[in-house]
Design a binder for this molecule. Sequence first.
Ligand code: SF4
Length: 447
Amino acid sequence: MVIKEHCGVVGVWSRDGEAPMIAYRALKLLQHRGQESAGISYLDGEIRTVKGMGLVEEAIDPALLGRSGLAIGHVRYSTTGMGTIDEAQPLSNGAISVAFNGTIPNYYMYGTKTDTEFILKVLSKSGDVRLGLKRLVELADGAYSIVILTTRGELIGFRDPRGFRPLVLGRVGSSYVIASEDSAIRQLGGNDIRDVRPGEVVYIDKYGNVESEVLAQPQGVTTCSFEYIYFARADSVIDGISVYRARVRLGEILAERHYVDADIVVPIPGSSIPIAIGYSRRSRTPLEFALTRTEMARRSFIMPTQEGREIVLVEKFGVVGEAVRGKRVVLIDDSIVRGNTMKHVIRLLRNSGAREIHVRVGSPMIRYPCYMGMDFPRSQELIAHNRTNREIAAEVGADSVEYLTVEEMIEAIGRRDLCHACFTGIYPLKYPQYSLRLGSMLRGWRV
Ligand code: SF4
């Protein structure tokens, strides 16, 4: 499936002036979290920011990065249109630069144009960033993992009290790195990694002294279940739980509770692979990588029209005909949003001679939009909204379709404190989908 997500962040404190380059390398390793724009702010007497559109290597020329002991960086998807350079982060007001991962839907209530601008405004107004963060917790109703750089030479990382998005602290040599995922830090040769706890601020001063404080008591933690199912890298560990292991368990439980007699298991390439491994092992059905994915696929989300998206879909997948001809196939996907990819893949498999196609999905049915940082469409566009398994199977052209239940997903991931709003419609927000409407009513109330 293709879902746009909001962003990856990194913050670096370095003793030897390497912070901007470490941030640059880390952003490349977080590229899966955002491919529309990338940026880095670093401190060189004043805050300097280099940012651009596209992948990290296109957006940032490393030759433009100066040496500095402090830097923050960001990779981004936009939720509206094509995204513009104005929306690219980090966002700086001269004294503070901010990059964040998440969405704060009620920013409208405070008269700013974007949620990033809202964060910057709240933090600046309080003089002291930690006081500003306390105020932000009072005002913001949403998901936010933030990195902040100040002209005083501070690097600050903060995770919202519900812990929607991951954030970790680690070391790379003598440098400190705060990042969205630990896999990026470990790939840089780092270690000493721990999760920033929900509501915790990690504060690093210009001398490299690290302090941590729980600024806001965790308020019923609801970490995004899709980080485990789809978004995060399989080699990441979020809050002590291996993403890879969680995905394998999703597949094992699919095999235990949603088994179908078949000849082969085929994953849709990507996050579904460990889910298919789990299904195959537990059901003793052979695994075949019968679908291939072409490299250009990563850009499919940029296509603004349905026609454009369909052309990209054609270019995206190939089939190993020999592996599927005459076979009964269990087709594994991590999730289904609109169903376009699923329809296309099923057509490909049928044209290649598959005899039966049974879809097994490693997540519950996505029936509601997300207001906490994932770009799901509105309910009416979601294939599972108001449809039964049988109706979905008919719609995508499968012989059968089954999903995990929310309880099964919780069991597989191994933690109960997860957000599941896109499956259940129960939003862990004060002003769920009404926040935007409420915002227009309350405009005029300023921070
Ligand atoms: S609604 Fe779904 S995608 Fe959004 S934060 Fe919750 S679990 Fe994640």
